[in-house]
Design a protein around this ligand. Structure first.
Ligand SMILES: Nc1ncnc2c1ncn2[C@@H]1O[C@H](COP(=O)(O)OP(=O)(O)OP(=O)(O)O)[C@@H](O)[C@H]1O
Ligand SMILES: [Mg+2]
Length: 267
């Protein structure tokens, strides 16, 4: 199952992506977590060891390799291969984390809005396509805020799009756009998740705001001070306090996804 996480900046995408990936791995699934964010935060939430973390170089920054893969022999400047060979890259550059989960840091895509087809973007897009369509693991992708880089090709293999919102109209507005785009790109299972909820009144306000949307709220996660404490220490919230309210809630989200996985693939 290929799970993508999207939403506005700071809403909790990395938290949800990291904990879901860890929980799948804990239960023995082969998991490949993908960090497609230029800030490279996923490794903290996953609990990757410092020594491993310090050696990670995002694929988008591997200039020589990108040049080699995208160059076209004999062509002049500005001409390059937009469909480079990438199938060996995940296994070459992934690192191992807790419960044998694997992490591949793609890094961000520069100038996404311009639709820039520079070599870095071409390689990352091809790689995302390759990961979604050709791999067998449970794949969890922590996307950059917004979804500018998601094209028809890359969206094809996504089984589940988790769209995360916090209790704010701005965040909901972007979710609405992401949901529309994901639908247009052919993603079937699109789920809205509310995070950082202080109380039930916020939950009912969100439900009220989305009452005319085609999809209902799939799950909600409470605001939880333990998450911030874990972040401050730079350790995974799952290792810091696995009984905290937000973690317990994400566990319930995980249970729903696992059930869906069985419905989609194992029945
Ligand atoms: N349920 C929660 N309760 C309390 N704090 C939370 C919760 N979820 C996330 N946070 C805090 O909000 C901040 C942003 O979370 P996170 O990094 O997961 O969001 P993001 O959407 O990945 O952000 P970015 O767009 O910058 O990548 C972090 O400081 C995190 O500790
Ligand atoms: Mg993030």
């Amino acid at each position: 199952m290929k799970i993508a996480i999207s939403g506005k900046g700071g809403v909790g995408k990395t938290l949800v992506a990291g904990i879901i990936a860890r929980l799948f791995a804990k239960e023995g699934f082969d998991v490949l977590a993908i960090d497609n964010d230029s800030a490279m935060n996923l490794s903290y939430t996953l609990g990757i060891e410092d020594e491993v973390k310090s050696k990670i170089v995002p694929i988008s920054e591997m200039k020589t390799m990108i040049e080699e893969r995208t160059s076209v022999k004999g062509a002049g400047t500005g001409v390059y291969n937009i469909n480079p060979e990438v199938s060996d890259i995940p296994d070459r550059f992934k690192v191992t984390g807790p419960d044998n989960l694997q992490l591949l840091v793609l890094g961000g895509i520069e100038e996404p809005a311009s639709g820039c087809l520079c070599p870095e973007n071409a390689l990352i897009r091809t790689l995302l396509f390759n990961l979604f369509v050709k791999r067998n693991e449970v794949i969890v992708v922590d996307f950059e805020a917004g979804l500018e880089h998601l094209g028809r090709g890359t969206a094809k293999g996504i089984d589940v799009m988790l769209v995360v919102t916090e209790p704010s109209q701005k965040s909901l507005d972007l979710c609405s756009k992401i949901i529309d785009l994901s639908k247009k790109l052919g993603v079937v299972n699109i789920f809205l998740i509310a995070n950082k909820l202080f109380d039930d009144s916020q939950l009912s306000t969100i439900n009220d705001r989305i009452k005319n949307w085609e999809i209902p709220l799939y799950h909600s996660i409470p605001f939880d001070l333990e998450i911030g404490k874990a972040d401050l220490k730079g350790i995974s919230p799952l290792d810091y306090n696995n009984k905290s309210e937000a973690i317990q809630s994400i566990r319930r989200l995980y249970d729903k996804l696992k059930k869906l996985k069985i419905e989609l693939f194992d029945l």
